[in-house]
Design a protein around this ligand. Structure first.
Ligand code: ZN
Ligand code: ZN
Length: 68
């Protein structure tokens, strides 16, 4: 697949990831990996916090999320 954002700007680039919010294919320049902490599990005995998960998102969705 090709990057959606690049094709909108009139050039072509191979996609490396898919935005998990809008489903657009994205090149390395247009994708952002955001840390996404899973909900804390209530309970005792957990010494280390869970590792953050990763979400791939496009710049448009990232901006929308920040404004929300
Ligand atoms: Zn791109
Ligand atoms: Zn998106």
């Amino acid at each position: 697949m090709e990057c959606f954002d690049c094709s909108e700007q009139g050039h072509r680039a191979a996609s490396v990831a898919i935005c998990q919010d809008c489903g657009a294919a994205l090149c390395g320049e247009h994708v952002t990996a955001v840390e996404h902490l899973p909900h804390r599990v209530a309970g005792m005995g957990r010494a280390t916090p869970p590792a953050p998960a990763r979400r791939m998102t496009c710049h448009t969705c990232r901006r929308a999320r920040r404004l929300a």
